[in-house]
Design a protein around this ligand. Structure first.
Ligand code: E4P
Length: 221
């Protein structure tokens, strides 16, 4: 499973990239607002830090506007995935971009039939929002399982990019279903390595090691 980091915070991306776990980045208008940065400048910086796909979302909601903005975003760097909303205008724009050989991430997906349309439009990624479905009393993972089944039935190559991830369990459950990618907020990505028994066990090892009075020689870097 690939991990994308769901943020436009350069410091957080740099910090997590050093772990070797970051395969890409997703942004959206709300994350650009939170960053306080200019979309073109911050997206360019992200693309310089991360060689994998970096999703940058159009702001227009009409087809012509999406195509014009998408091409401008794609000009930032070769690893841009143009993000368009799952509307008919967005699907039309997705088809235009995918026919041009550009990566497209179709976002705001809340149903299996929406995901089917995005795959038929040639999307590189479909972004189902699991957290927002959970918020209204549904189970976001049911949607991931349904899309997995449909894409496998027809051998669609569109990658399932699980979005609106709120917890470690979302990542675990999406991986068990076989989602291709999870885009994860930095704070949740950091929590993936946490377990209280790891902390407890390490404290015990450190304490016992001190009692041995030994030290392991350090090889030169
Ligand atoms: C990612 O592409 C989405 O924009 C993001 O995961 C949305 O998450 P939210 O529901 O927490 O805003």
């Amino acid at each position: 499973m690939k991990f994308f980091v769901d943020t436009a915070d350069i410091a957080a991306i740099r910090d997590l990239a050093a772990t070797g776990m970051v395969d890409g980045v997703t942004t959206n208008p709300s994350l650009i607002l939170k960053s306080g940065r200019d979309i073109i400048e911050v997206t360019r910086e992200i693309c310089e830090l991360i060689p994998g796909p970096v999703s940058a979302e159009v702001a227009a909601t009409d087809f012509e506007g999406m195509v014009a903005e998408g091409r401008a975003l794609a000009a930032i760097a070769p690893n841009i995935a143009i993000k368009v909303p799952l509307t008919w205008a967005g699907l039309k724009a997705c088809k235009v971009f995918s026919d041009e050989g550009r990566m497209v991430n179709v976002t705001l997906c809340f149903s299996e039939t929406q995901a089917l349309l995005a795959a038929k439009a040639g999307a590189a990624f479909i972004s189902p929002f699991v957290g927002r479905l959970d918020d209204i009393g549904l189970d976001g993972m049911d949607l991931i399982a349904g899309i997995r089944q449909i894409y496998d039935n027809y051998d669609f190559q569109t990658e399932i990019l699980v979005a609106s991830v709120r917890s470690v369990n979302h990542v675990r459950d999406a991986a068990k279903i076989g989602a291709d990618v999870a885009t994860v907020p930095p704070e949740v990505l950091r929590k993936l390595a946490d377990h209280p028994l790891t902390d407890k066990g390490l404290a015990q090892f450190v304490a016992d090691w001190e009692k041995t009075g030994q030290s392991i020689p350090k090889a030169k870097a």
